[in-house]
Design a protein around this ligand. Structure first.
Ligand SMILES: [Zn+2]
Length: 131
């Protein structure tokens, strides 16, 4: 695969990709191919801005093994600008500073590593918006 192709794939994998309903315009995340509002098929890809606000959150002190090095960490339900809710880990923030309504944005971060020198899994997290 050529380098530009690799980058295109990466962008697709790490952007917050959902779908938009062509019938009623509702934006859907995660993608489910059916509009939750009008029940029509919705398979048109839509790239979310990755910005939203903290809707609710919980701090995890007893983490599963693969997340141990990050504990304590905060898992939040983020209400995206476009409407849908997404559950994700927060990053770059002190758990005590997390507030409901806090503006956040998506970033790509290491999620966990499979054993020593194993496969590193990346995915999205949210961090406070830098105004
Ligand atoms: Zn719809």
């Amino acid at each position: 695969m050529s380098l530009p192709a690799v980058w295109r794939t990466r962008k697709q994998r790490y952007a917050l990709m959902g779908e938009i309903c062509k019938k009623c315009g509702v934006k859907i995340f995660p993608p489910r191919d059916v509009c939750p509002e009008c029940s029509k098929p919705a398979q048109t890809p839509y790239s979310f801005s990755g910005k939203g606000v903290v809707y609710s959150f919980a701090t995890v002190y007893q983490a599963p093994e693969e997340f141990e090095e990050y504990a304590p960490y905060t898992v939040a339900i983020v209400k995206l600008e476009e409407g849908p809710m997404v559950t994700a880990q927060l990053t770059d923030v002190d758990p005590e500073e997390v507030k409901i309504g806090m503006p956040v944005e998506m970033v790509t971060r290491k999620l966990y590593e499979e054993g020593k020198g194993g496969v590193i899994h990346y995915g999205y997290k949210f961090r406070p918006c830098i105004e």
